[in-house]
Design a protein around this ligand. Structure first.
Ligand code: NAP
Ligand code: F7E
Length: 350
């Protein structure tokens, strides 16, 4: 691997999440100094980035700061102190089903959290490039294929909150000339996906059932259509958006469509099992309003940024099931696509 050459500084919210962890690896591999926002929790919440942690006596380019999207004064003080060149705003209450249970909290973090960050940047007068993690959930019930020009019709408090963040980002670009962009990302998954999202839940269940540790998994709507890509490729797209000459909004997607049932079939077939014998229905996993079909058109990102997906749903299902199987058989084998030096086994928090 070539030596990192970049000396820019990035601030990443949501660094402990799926995308934040891959993005931190990508930026460190490029030579950035990376500052991440983490929440104080009563249990460790940094397992996805612990491998990036170096001996505290060595010089490290990864710095973590406690803070929360609901705490404006902390966002102002941190941004003043760090003075980043690029801000990647990935933190959110990101679970659609949970947003129906906690609509106000979701609005406060996922929606207002974005404007708190934008306003902190404006108040300090920072010259930064700002990335907003917008979502295909904003399209909601508008039929596919969905592109940057498709009208929005969100179907959940999460989608509504993301739409607020989307328009706040566009408004700060138009009103204050800020370099602020929306990445409208369709579903992207990996072995680091949260355990309660459907792909990880199915991959985990297929592996456990194959090893005789479980016999069934309970799911909700099997008919929903999604466009599932591979998360490490999507963080490359986030970075590419902030390197463009002019700020603009981009869809990242594979352009392919599979149902939840298809994903179950792919995962169970990979371990030689028939999904119909192991998947059961539980109405608790249904949503008051469903998003029936999301299929993205990523042509603009391909034309302007040269971004193209390389991993499609069938391979993604195999990657996720294989990672579960190796995790169950021994120490987790989650190999990074963006290798950086680190000391495995340490915990960052505290
Ligand atoms: P994720 O794994 O759920 O990570 C969310 C991150 O936000 C975590 O680091 C979490 O911290 C942090 N967070 C939550 N509430 C916070 C708060 N109040 N203050 C500070 N940090 C907070 O999500 P992801 O899949 O990586 O997605 C990254 C972003 O892209 C999210 O904004 C998501 O909504 C959006 N998005 C995701 C997809 C997708 O398919 N993955 C598609 C489109 C858009 P803890 O670790 O402490 O919980
Ligand atoms: O559900 C159905 C469910 O929770 C996918 C987030 O990253 O992508 C994600 O949101 C589909 C839905 O993801 C279960 O009803 C069936 O139709 O994995 P999910 P999501 O809702 O698409 C968007 C782009 C984001 O921005 C979000 O942050 O699967 N489904 N049975 C189930 N879903 C779950 N979670 N659990 C089930 O048991």
């Amino acid at each position: 691997m070539s030596q990192p050459t970049d000396s820019r500084t990035a601030f990443v919210t949501g660094i402990t999440g799926q995308d934040g962890s891959y993005l931190a690896e990508l930026l460190l591999a490029k030579g950035y100094e990376v500052h991440g926002l983490i929440r104080r929790a009563s249990t460790f919440n940094t397992h996805r980035i612990d491998h990036l942690y170096r001996d505290p006596h060595e010089e490290s380019r990864l710095h973590l700061h406690y803070g929360d999207l609901t705490d404006s004064s902390r966002l102002v003080s941190l941004l003043s102190e760090i003075a980043p060149d690029e801000v990647y705003h990935l933190a959110a209450q990101s679970h659609v089903r949970v947003s129906f249970d906690e609509p106000e909290f979701t609005g406060n973090t996922t929606g207002l959290g974005t404007i708190r960050l934008l306003e902190a940047i404006r108040m300090i007068g920072l010259e930064v490039r700002f990335y907003q993690a917008s979502s295909s959930e904003m399209f909601g019930s508008t039929p596919p294929p969905q592109s940057e020009d498709t009208p929005f019709h969100p179907r959940s408090p999460y989608g509504v909150a993301k739409l607020y963040g989307y328009w706040a980002t566009r408004n700060y670009r138009e009103a204050y000339g800020m370099y602020a962009v929306n990445g409208i990302l369709f579903n992207h998954e990996s072995p680091r996906r949260g355990e309660t999202f459907v792909t990880r839940k199915i991959a985990r269940a297929a592996a456990r059932i194959a090893l005789g540790q479980e016999s069934q998994v309970y799911l909700g709507n099997l008919d929903a259509v999604r466009d599932w890509g591979f998360a490490p490729e999507y963080v490359e797209g986030m970075w590419a958006m902030l390197q463009a000459d002019e700020p603009s909004d981009y869809v990242l997607a594979t352009g392919t469509a599979y149902t939840v049932e298809d994903f179950a079939r792919l995962c169970f077939a990979h371990v030689g099992l028939d999904w119909t014998r192991h998947v059961r229905f539980d109405e608790r996993y249904l949503r008051p309003t469903e998003v029936d079909a999301l299929i993205g058109d990523p042509s603009k990102a391909a034309d302007d940024l040269g971004w193209r997906p390389r991993t499609f749903t069938p391979e993604l299902a195999r990657i996720m099931v294989d990672a579960e199987l190796s995790g169950l058989r021994g120490p987790a084998a989650d190999v990074s696509p963006f290798p950086v030096l680190g000391v495995a086994g340490r915990s960052i928090a505290g």
